[in-house]
Ligand binder design. Structure first.
Ligand SMILES: Cc1cc2nc3c(=O)[nH]c(=O)nc-3n(C[C@H](O)[C@H](O)[C@H](O)COP(=O)(O)OP(=O)(O)OC[C@H]3O[C@@H](n4cnc5c(N)ncnc54)[C@H](O)[C@@H]3O)c2cc1C
Ligand SMILES: NC(=O)c1ccc[n+]([C@@H]2O[C@H](COP(=O)([O-])OP(=O)(O)OC[C@H]3O[C@@H](n4cnc5c(N)ncnc54)[C@H](OP(=O)(O)O)[C@@H]3O)[C@@H](O)[C@H]2O)c1
Length: 563
């Protein structure tokens, strides 16, 4: 085991989240290098490494689904495909020299908090040799993702099937679909993306087994980004930034105008009407009765499905809502008792969102799983930390995402977390952990809002894996609100150990800064009263006034925090 005297960080997972964590450590801590990213897979990328099915791409516009510090003016389409996204993240891993801190093919099996030494004892296992070894960390960043463990349906007889069968997450590229009979189970985002490609060959016959319908959206414009736009993004200052904020704004306005709006809102009625019209116009007549959902748009993830709706017109594709009774040696028996023969079964049945993939134990030996069970489902402090789990940060943790770009969520979380991680790595504080009371209060607020949200309507969705259970993935407001709330930790919500001097210095610094701000605040009216200095113009004055308002609100918050 390494020397405990040098503070150390272990990051679990090398998907986008793990890479964002590594990039934050590199960018914000300069020479700090005592961290390891463990990845159980053979390479980095997580979602974008594993999902290689044909047609796999982002459904959030890529200029928004990119790292804020490393925008790419050269994206050729608005929604980039999996190979391009993977290449982008690999180039960032190289740029930030993360490969030297990366250990692939290694599963983190457990992490247990040792209260005497104030470290996590981390056990890792080589995926191939199964050999285990111990590591330690003062800080653990869990970036294990929410779509990293494929979920198979619980259908009788799956093990008896003699043909090829695999999950969309682990696409089998060796299969030749020519003249094959293929069953696809599931009709959500993943299935919708690959359906067109596997029905391209007219000799392949495909039956799509659906359990419930989806709201399918076909974006109006072409997804190509023109050469001129790309030139502007590369050469005109702020053009790309502005475009990104425009894309973001549309995303958050959809939340404000639709997802977060009242049940009977006009926007809701219009969107439902428009989508119904679009789907009936684009899908074959014979499916009109079955494919339009009876739950509200947005209750589960909206499917971007232009190619899926086109594929429905092909004579070699059909959809089937009969339900699956069992899987036999050579096919599927439906609940109507009809036996259908297949050569290949593809499970596009989503991911296991309920079970955290390793055993992390905090103070008092309580595991994350036990903590979540005690709370009736996953919950966390600002989706990122848990009481009794010191110095543990969970990227894309409970109620941190759901709509919008996961990259934005994870960057926001890491910006916040770095304010807590830095003093620990500088040996100014031993540990931070949110209090139970603050975590409960925050989650009561979340759940009250979520119960009134569209995600609480009646539909099957990974937002709420059990019908009456908690909605434990989504943040109930626009992503701007999540960001706003996480600009700065609310220090009174934390148990802080070993940081008295740091806390005192921080307080003194804040008092001095705020005193300075107040002096400026009072100086402005005096200046105005006596006439403006020549160098001041109206625009300066307005932006100065705005920043002063922010300063004053910060100061008032600070006073509230102190008393
Ligand atoms: C097909 C698909 C398309 C998507 N499209 C979008 C989109 O357009 N926009 C969007 O915002 N989101 C999208 N998502 C969600 C996507 O998962 C996230 O955007 C993002 O990639 C998550 O990154 P992550 O690093 O948090 O998790 P992941 O990408 O899941 O990475 C987690 C990593 O942790 C590793 N790991 C897990 N447990 C362990 C362990 N015990 N030890 C070691 N390693 C471990 C896994 O192997 C994996 O590599 C999509 C998801 C899928 C499946
Ligand atoms: N960029 C993109 O466009 C994109 C692409 C893929 C994935 N994603 C992300 O990844 C998430 C997961 O997508 P996903 O499509 O892989 O999974 P998913 O959204 O969880 O959908 C799983 C599908 O399998 C069906 N299913 C599950 N169990 C079944 C059973 N026992 N019998 C029959 N059908 C069953 C579900 O039916 P029900 O609907 O009835 O539950 C649903 O159609 C998405 O929500 C999205 O966030 C995004």
């Amino acid at each position: 085991m390494a020397d405990h005297a040098s503070p150390r960080v272990v990051i679990i997972g090398a998907g986008i989240g793990g890479l964002i964590a590594g990039i934050h450590l590199r960018r914000k801590l300069g020479r700090f290098d005592n961290f390891t990213i463990y990845e159980r897979s053979t390479d980095i990328g997580g979602t974008w490494h594993s999902n290689t099915y044909p047609g796999c791409a982002s459904d959030v516009a890529t200029h928004w689904y990119s790292l804020s510090t490393d925008l790419n003016p050269n994206w050729a389409t608005s929604h980039v495909s999996q190979p391009d996204l993977l290449a982008y993240w690999k180039s960032l891993a190289k740029k930030y020299n993360l490969y030297s801190n990366l250990v692939c093919g290694t599963n983190v099996v457990s992490a247990e908090w040792d209260d005497d030494q104030q470290i996590y004892k981390v056990t890792v296992q080589d995926v191939k040799s199964k050999e285990t070894r111990e590591d330690f960390a003062n800080i653990v960043i869990s970036a294990t993702g929410i779509f990293s463990t494929p979920r198979y349906p619980e259908v009788m007889g799956m093990e008896n099937f003699k043909g090829a069968q695999f999950h969309s997450f682990e696409w089998d590229h060796d299969i030749d679909y020519h003249d094959k009979r293929v069953a696809v189970i599931g009709n959500a985002c993943s299935a919708a993306q690959f359906m067109s490609s596997i029905t391209d060959d007219p000799t392949t016959s495909v039956v799509n087994f659906c359990r419930s319908p989806q709201w399918i959206y076909v974006p109006p414009s072409s997804t190509r980004i023109s050469d001129f736009q790309r030139w502007m993004f590369a050469h005109i200052p702020f053009a790309l930034r502005l475009y990104r904020w425009w894309v973001y704004l549309q995303n958050d306005l959809f939340y404000v105008g639709y997802l977060g709006a009242h049940e009977t809102g006009l926007v809701k009625q219009k969107i439902t009407k428009d989508l119904t019209k679009q789907m009936t116009a684009l899908a074959p007549q014979k499916y009109h009765d079955t494919i339009i959902p009876d739950f509200p748009v947005g209750c589960k993830r909206i499917v971007f499905g232009a190619s899926y709706l086109k594929a429905l017109h092909r004579p070699n594709m059909e959809i089937n809502y009969d339900g699956i009774q069992e899987i036999s040696e050579d096919g599927i028996v439906t609940k109507k008792g009809i036996k259908m023969s297949f050569d290949v079964i593809i499970y596009a049945t989503g991911f296991d969102m309920m079970n955290y993939p390793l055993a992390i134990r905090g103070r008092n030996n309580i595991s994350m799983k036990e903590y979540y069970n005690q709370k009736g489902g996953p919950q966390a402090y600002y989706g990122t930390m848990l009481p009794e789990f010191p110095n543990l940060y969970i990227l894309c943790g409970p109620n941190s995402t759901g709509h919008g770009s996961v990259i934005f969520t994870e960057e926001t979380q890491m910006d916040w977390a770095m304010q807590l991680i830095t003093p620990v790595l500088n040996k100014q504080v031993s540990l931070f952990e949110p209090t139970e009371a603050a975590t409960e209060k925050y989650n009561q607020m979340l759940q009250t809002r979520l119960e009134r949200s569209i995600w609480a309507a009646a539909c099957n969705s990974w937002y709420r894996p059990t019908p009456q259970g908690k909605i434990h993935t989504n943040y109930p407001g626009p992503s701007a609100e999540f960001w706003w709330n996480m600009r700065q930790p609310v220090w009174r919500d934390f148990k802080i150990i070993g940081g008295d001097r740091w806390m005192n210095r921080r307080r003194i610094r804040r008092v001095a800064t705020n005193a300075f701000r107040m002096v400026i605040f009072f100086a402005v009216p005096v200046l105005l009263w006596n006439g403006l200095p020549g160098s001041f113009n109206k625009g300066d004055l307005i932006s100065y006034g705005q920043s002063l308002l922010v300063e004053v609100s910060d100061y008032l918050k600070y006073l509230k925090e102190c008393y």
